[in-house]
Design a protein around this ligand. Sequence first.
Ligand code: BTN
Length: 240
Amino acid sequence: MSLNWTIKEYESVESTQDILKEYASNGASEGLVIVGEEQKSGRGRHGNVWDAPKGNLYMSLLLKPNCPAAVAGQYSFIIAVALSDAISSFIDDVHIKKLKWPNDVLIKDKKCAGILLESELSVDGIVSDLYVGVGVNILSPPEDKIGISDVSKGDVTVQSFLKEFLGKIEYYIKIYNKNGFSDISELWMSQAYKLEEEIKVRLPNKVIYGVFEGIDSDGTLLLRLDNGEVQAITAGEVYF
Ligand code: BTN
């Protein structure tokens, strides 16, 4: 199956996620992409605000995976791998780029891009609509963040990046549909930030430390604690 992209561009929006959901509730097809030149109320994971001035990419993409909720989390890794590959097309040294669990792209240890997955479940717990929100700093990174143009080998624009990125999403979804999660997970792990190193994870009620061992078949983070036990972490924020 190949995805048919329908791209709708807006000058200024509150959040591209909300516009996408509105279209989805009116029966939009898979492959709809909402792009906002700027967002007034962009949101990130854990209820964080996502700064969204003009000059960066803010997009929300509609997918219809029809899979159980636990499996839908794998899409954040598919998108992260696609995002990473798209960024590679614009930079010389791919080693300055890393993937931080679960779905940030870092360049020179600073955040360049983030992914927010939201979903609509049908009564039987199947994800019917997946709203994939992606923010990529390109020309106007907020303070303490980095933009692709800070490290690019030539010109990069929001439009040129979007085109490259959509091509990569299509490519990696095909790989996933053909081979399952293992290839994606391997690619993600090969670029993982702080793999085999000590990390700190903030859970809703406590902070824990351990060695980042990798991800399992659902994309769950595996943390080796001091006592040797491996703890599986499905949701949390990772610090270093
Ligand atoms: C994160 O790292 O916390 C995820 C950030 C996701 C931001 C994007 S920008 C486009 C889409 N619309 C939003 O309001 N958020 C996502």
